[in-house]
Design a binder for this molecule. Structure first.
Ligand code: COA
Length: 687
């Protein structure tokens, strides 16, 4: 019997699916049943055959296309807290008209895309989120990750540590080349579901390439079975790039000793150079400007070869100088977490996010490269990663694997054997630069320095409780933290704002993320109740009263939790609204009779801009060790807020821009702390 999840498809669709083991049949579905989420999940993701053959030989369902009416109804609801009565009425009419006229036609178009493609939303989303985004990569797009600092006494310690990371990366690449990476499984919400592994196959060896009208990606080709490929990495030290071959077809892989001696050579060589040109700064410029500058560099054959070597390298290792402890001294209360020397966690994060500007390590970067491992002389270590190829979760998993390997070999820092002295030294990448290239580097430096100066970033460790307490309240930790962020925002601004939380859709083939919208009407009702205070003078003393009873607050809390949980589950099961709306918008573009045909009003009205102006851009980035990842805000007046829930604490990375007159990470951290404490008090109050 056929058990394909027909519910994925909507009315009047013809879909092709596999029946039993050997026959492809065509099937016509007439009416899509509306199933409760749990049953829907079981049908989408259960043991049924799936419709796509996928990387790592896992069969995964295709990303569903939600019902048009469902998405439009959710969109209307999600906008209620953000619009006044008049705005809501206007949007209701716009949505009704879209749902009656153009919407169904566009939906049919998307259904056809879903039938034809492995993941109907992949390119729409990739272009919209990354490749068509013209903002500079540091701060605006590339996350930074801080690992617990290490102790380096000599440059041999640095070279040994880096060579072990490289060894582990090469082991991992060999597994990828064999297509042998074990398939991960979802750990909650229908646990055991296989997850799409495609991101892992893109991380090493890929690079974003700037373009005047949009970027593109270089993704390294899959080698043939048993093919030994040449591999190299780029090492940057004091702004000088070196190409280090790490595997050659004729001689196999370099040993750890050999890698170490190559790195020692670089650490010896770079300090003797006379100001190498800071070409890496160009990669931190606005994308179209970098695209133009890159085209100018590429006129020269040698430069072209350098650019090619960088793009095709496995990864980049940045051997950095430490930032001075006073860097970013505008930064607030220092979080009590890691420190390298007397640098605090915000200072360490700055090094990973942007390098500190042209006066410090920003030229010691190639921001286009998916993986840049940063190792600083004072022991600070971390990562800056280009986001378009993969989400944080997969990158963190890979990095933790490399770090664990390097840790397991700690303490064996011998000098490399002299028998490997025959190896040719790594190639310094020299550039042929024109006046125009130097002028570009100067402009890029100014731009990047301003961006660096403008970043207000703080690591806020909330130590009063963590996941254990939240679970004991029978609430999902993710839901709880999202509601805490809503309460904190409301306490500061007296309103909610469009909020983005990334939800992984890796249960589907080529799944990336959709957006959990946490600013729901239920959340608004609850945060409003939590914030209704009245001050009175009693016997000449100021006394604060809560206008809403605890019982009422708890009732509203439960409703907000239920809504947020539903929204989260909907998203990870491919029933989010953002990807669908984006698809409908792009479908309108692709099917419009002529190029200048206006988009439907639902996408041109101010409400759509408001819906997509994420003043709170949030993401759970959990790590297994004591590392953490953060990123910048996506709007001038917005906040970036990543969180890493641990058993008994939560690590937040909060970001904003100093140039904004309305944001401050200090104030936000304080509001967040108060909110988390208020929530605990509410949930543990005596009966
Ligand atoms: N009562 C008690 N415990 C609960 C609970 C409840 N009501 N609901 C959930 N839990 C438990 C879970 O079982 C899980 O337990 P574990 O720690 O033993 O595994 C834990 O709480 C965490 O669950 P939850 O907080 O619900 O979150 P999650 O781990 O399912 O994650 C998302 C939710 C949305 C963050 C996740 O699905 C996701 O999409 N992650 C990717 C985010 C991403 O892409 N980030 C990077 C962007 S660059």
């Amino acid at each position: 019997m056929c058990t394909f999840p027909q519910a994925v498809y909507e009315n009047r669709t013809i879909c092709k699916f596999r029946c039993g083991k050997s026959h492809w049949v065509r099937f016509r579905t007439f009416r899509r049943p509306v199933l409760p989420i749990k049953r829907l999940a079981r049908r989408f993701l259960g043991k049924e055959p799936t419709c796509t053959q996928h990387i790592g030989l896992v069969r995964l369902p295709k990303l569903p296309l939600p019902l048009l009416e469902q998405t439009l109804a959710k969109y209307e609801k999600t906008m209620q807290p953000l619009l006044d009565e008049k705005g809501q009425m206007k949007l209701r009419n716009i949505i009704r008209e879209f749902g009656e006229k153009l919407g169904p036609r566009l939906q049919l178009y998307l259904l056809e895309q879903q039938r034809l493609k492995e993941n109907w939303a992949y390119d729409y989303w990739l272009n919209d989120m990354y490749l068509k985004n013209q903002n500079a990569l540091p701060v605006n797009s590339n996350p930074g990750m801080v690992f617990p600092p290490r102790k380096f006494t000599t440059i041999l310690d640095i070279a040994r540590f880096a060579s072990r990371l490289l060894e582990a990366a090469l082991d991992h690449k060999a597994i990828l080349n064999r297509r042998d990476l074990p398939v991960e499984k979802a750990t909650s919400r229908e646990p055991g579901q296989p997850l799409c592994m495609a991101q892992y196959y893109r991380i090493l060896g890929s690079c974003r390439i700037p373009g005047e009208y949009g970027d593109s990606q270089y993704i390294s080709p899959k080698p043939a079975p048993n093919e030994m490929v040449n591999e190299h990495v780029i090492v940057i030290c004091r702004s000088q790039l070196y190409c280090v071959p790490v595997q050659a077809c004729d001689r196999g892989r370099l040993s750890e000793d050999e890698l170490c001696s190559q790195l020692l050579h670089i650490l010896d060589d770079a300090p003797c150079l006379n100001n190498p040109p800071p070409v890496g700064l160009l990669t931190g410029w606005k994308r179209p400007l970098w695209a133009e500058a890159r085209a100018s560099l590429a006129h020269d054959e040698r430069n072209r070869r350098n650019l090619d070597l960088i793009a095709k390298s496995l990864l980049v290792i940045c051997l950095d100088e430490a930032l001075p402890p006073s860097f970013n001294c505008r930064l607030h209360r220092g979080a009590k977490g890691h420190s390298a020397g007397n640098r605090d966690e915000a200072n360490l994060s700055a090094q990973m996010l942007h390098g500190g500007g042209s006066g410090f390590n920003s030229a010691n970067r190639w921001f286009d490269k998916t993986i840049q491992i940063i190792i600083s002389g004072d022991g600070a270590c971390g990562l800056c990663y280009e986001h378009s190829s993969a989400e944080g979760v997969t990158v963190i998993n890979l990095m933790e694997k490399l770090w664990d390997y390097a840790d397991s070999k700690m303490g064996e820092n011998d000098v490399p054997a002299s028998s490997i002295a025959h190896l040719p030294p790594p190639e310094r990448l020299e550039w042929n630069l024109t006046k125009e290239d130097y002028a570009n580097m100067e402009e890029a430096a100014k731009f990047l320095d301003n961006l660096v100066k403008d970043l207000d970033f703080q690591v806020f460790r909330f130590n009063n409780y963590g996941k254990n307490f939240i679970k004991s309240c029978n609430v999902s930790p993710d839901v709880y933290i999202q509601l805490a962020l809503q309460l904190a925002y409301y306490r500061l601004y007296g309103k909610l704002t469009a909020t983005y939380e990334s939800a992984s859709t890796r249960r589907f083939a080529l799944g990336r993320v959709d957006c959990i919208r946490s600013a729901s009407p239920e959340a608004l009702a609850w945060v409003t109740a939590m914030s209704q205070l009245k001050e009175d003078d009693m016997l000449n003393k100021k006394v604060t009263f809560h206008l809403v009873s605890d019982e009422e607050k708890l009732k509203l809390w439960n409703e907000a939790v239920m809504q947020q949980t539903r929204e989260m589950v909907d998203n990870i099961l491919g029933q989010g609204i953002d990807i669908h709306l984006l698809g409908l918008r792009e479908a309108a573009r692709e099917t419009s009779p002529h190029a200048n045909y206006p988009l439907p009003e639902i996408f041109t009205d101010g409400s759509y801009r408001l819906a997509n102006k994420f003043l709170l851009s949030t993401s759970q980035v959990s790590t297994s060790g004591d590392s953490f990842m953060g990123y910048g805000p996506v709007e001038q007046n917005g906040y970036g807020a990543s969180y890493n829930p641990k058993a008994d604490c939560i690590i937040f990375c909060l970001s904003a821009f100093w140039s904004s007159e309305v944001t401050s990470t200090s104030r936000f951290a304080q509001a967040l702390e108060e909110s988390l404490n208020m929530m605990q008090a509410l949930l543990t109050r005596p009966q």
